[in-house]
Each structure stands twice: as C-alpha cells, then as structure tokens.
Write a protein that binds this ligand. Structure first.
Ligand code: ATP
Ligand code: MG
Length: 315
C-alpha cells in the first residue's frame, strides 16, 4: 500500500506499518500529543508530516524544531520569542516558534536533546498551552498540537536523569513506534521500488528494475541506517546503472558482504567441504556472471575460484 497526501508518499506493506498508518490517519484530526519513537532513518519525520498534512490542521503551519542543531542559549528565544530589549542583543521583538505554530503543529525533532532547564519551561507550555515571550509580562495562549520524536529510548533517558519524567508523560500521550526496517522485511522491496521510481523522476536515471539477486541481497541485509540507508543505496545504484536493470555490481561492498556472514552462521550441520562448495555456488548465483565480483566477495583470486569450480564440478 502506498499512502499519498500531497507531496507525501508513504510505503506501508508490513502489518506493523499498515497498522501504524491507520492509527496516524485516525489521529490526524485530533490535537492529541504524539511521541514518535524509533531508530534513526525509520520514518519519524515522514509520519510527523502525515499527522499534520493528513488532518484538520493541515491548513495551519507545521513548525519544526530540530533540537540538536539550535545552540542551547538561542533555543529559548527561538521557542518563546522575546521582547525588544529583553537581553543585550534583542534589538527587535521576535516571534517564537510556539507562536508561529498557532493553529498548526509544532514538531520537536530529537527531543531527547533538550536541556533540563528548557524541559522545565516546555512542560508548562505542553500542560497549559500558555507562555510569555522573554522579557514580557503578557501571557500568550496558543492552539498548537505537539508532536515530538526521539531516536533513543526516552524512558531510559528518564531513568538516567537526562529527561524529565513529567515531560515524558506529557509528550507521550500517544506513543507511536516505528520498527527498524530489519523487523519488517516485507517493506524492503516495495520501498526499493518506490525509491527507484522516484530516482527515475528526479534524476532521469535509466534503471527500471532490479535483478532478482539484488532483491535477495536487499532483503537479507540488516539496514542499520534503516529506510534512509536503503534510499541512498538504491539512488546510488540507479545512478551507476547503465541499463534498465540494476545488478548486484551496483551495490556497495557492505551490502554484498553481509550474506556471507549470515549464511555461514546457519550452516552448522555441514562439513567444511560442503560448506565451501555450497557457499561458492551461492555467491556465484548472487553475482550472475561476474567472476571478478564473486572472487572478491569470496576473498580469493579468480584463478583459485576457477580451480574450485573445476574441483566441485560447478559449471
Ligand atoms: N514508509 C516510508 N515510505 C517512503 N519513504 C520513507 C518511508 N520511511 C522513511 N522514508 C524515507 O526515508 C528517509 C528517512 O526517513 P525520516 O527522515 O522520516 O527518518 P527519521 O526517523 O526522522 O530519522 P532520524 O531519527 O535520523 O531523524 C526519508 O527520505 C523518508 O522520506
Ligand atoms: Mg528525523
């Protein structure tokens, strides 16, 4: 299934992602506070966008606060704004991001990086939806939806004392978790095809399809960088591909090498000789005709690959 909302396109094939998208669509019209958890590259930003653009607040602004990139001393005035003269550099009144998000959504990306003093200030805003600009006495009320994301386990951060317990509970009224890509392998091929199609549109790359060996390699890889990593592997492969079909030669070495480790780990009941033969057959299959590539993955010369093929009778 592919969900489209304006420019947003979300691929969801695994039961976990289908369920997540359903929940997000049900929540989109509400003002409920959502916390998105998941490893880096799993799609938290994309889901935050779907929450906003897929619902009643889509006419209002989506204001993103990328917590790690704004220096601590600036973040407070970025969020709350300030009055002229509130501090030495405050030569003009500044409207903060909370005010800018009026009628829409404010998205705290990587909220784990907020300092403890700012967490205390944010707590009041999330609870009361009121605050003052720095240096002001007038209280401002806002109608905003709070969405946050964290790519570390926020509960652990609470246990370790780097995140406030009360703020955690306020932000996680609706907790949603994006599973790592390796735990929803059904999504891998549809995502790869999606990124290939996008690549054709944006970079006019000629590739249309993947060799089936490539799809096997993509499905077998662990994807520590999740969907973001898959996207860059596919876009890169599409740029390198000369023809309509992407072959395994276009994949980066680490994606090619991983099956070797996995495969050996599962072969405990074979003799060494059998393992060697079967593995050579496996690698040759993965790389179609390319002896050079197969020999490189096996870590032997082309000559010894040729000798082994003769010995094992591999055509
Ligand atoms: N289900 C999906 N369908 C289509 N594209 C996706 C999907 N999930 C992720 N992507 C794409 O993968 C990339 C990474 O996703 P995103 O930026 O949302 O990850 P993230 O969880 O916010 O990562 P980080 O924690 O590093 O900020 C983006 O280009 C996004 O569009
Ligand atoms: Mg993100």
């Amino acid at each position: 299934m592919k969900v489209s909302r304006g420019a947003l396109e979300i691929v969801a094939v695994s039961p976990a992602m289908i369920e997540l998208v359903k929940v997000v669509e049900r929540l989109a019209d509400a003002r409920s506070t959502v916390l998105l958890a998941g490893e880096s590259g799993t799609g938290k930003d994309l889901i935050a966008h779907l929450l906003h653009y897929g619902g009643a607040r889509s006419g209002g602004p989506l204001i993103k606060v990328h917590c790690p990139s704004i220096p601590e001393d600036l973040l407070e005035s970025e969020l709350f704004g300030h009055e002229r003269g509130a501090f030495t550099d405050a030569s003009a009144t500044k409207v903060g991001k909370l005010e800018m998000a009026e009628g829409g959504t404010i998205y705290f990306d990587q909220v784990q990086d907020l300092s403890l003093p700012l967490q205390a200030k944010l707590l009041r805003v999330v609870e009361e939806r009121r605050f003052e600009r720095l240096g002001a006495t007038r209280t401002i009320e806002v109608d905003v939806r709070f969405v946050s994301s964290a790519n570390v386990d926020l509960r652990r951060a609470v246990e370790q004392g780097s995140f406030r317990d009360d703020l955690y509970h306020r932000l996680s009224v609706v907790p949603l978790t994006l599973p790592p890509l390796r735990e929803r392998r059904e999504d891998i091929v549809p995502l790869a095809e999606h990124f290939l199609a996008r690549g054709r549109e944006h970079y006019q790359t000629p590739a249309r399809t993947f060799e089936s060996a490539v799809l096997d390699l993509l499905k077998g890889y662990r994807w520590p960088g999740n969907v973001r990593e898959l996207r860059s592997v596919v876009e890169r492969a599409a740029l390198y591909a000369q023809h309509g079909t992407i072959s395994s030669a276009a994949l980066p070495a680490h994606v090619l090498e991983e099956p070797r480790a996995l495969w050996i780990g599962r072969s405990r009941h074979l003799s060494l000789r059998e393992v060697e033969e079967a593995y050579i057959r496996f690698v040759l299959e993965q790389f179609g005709g390319s002896q050079t590539r197969a020999a490189a993955v096996l870590g032997i010369s082309r000559k010894s690959l040729w000798e082994r093929r003769r010995r094992f009778g591999i055509p």
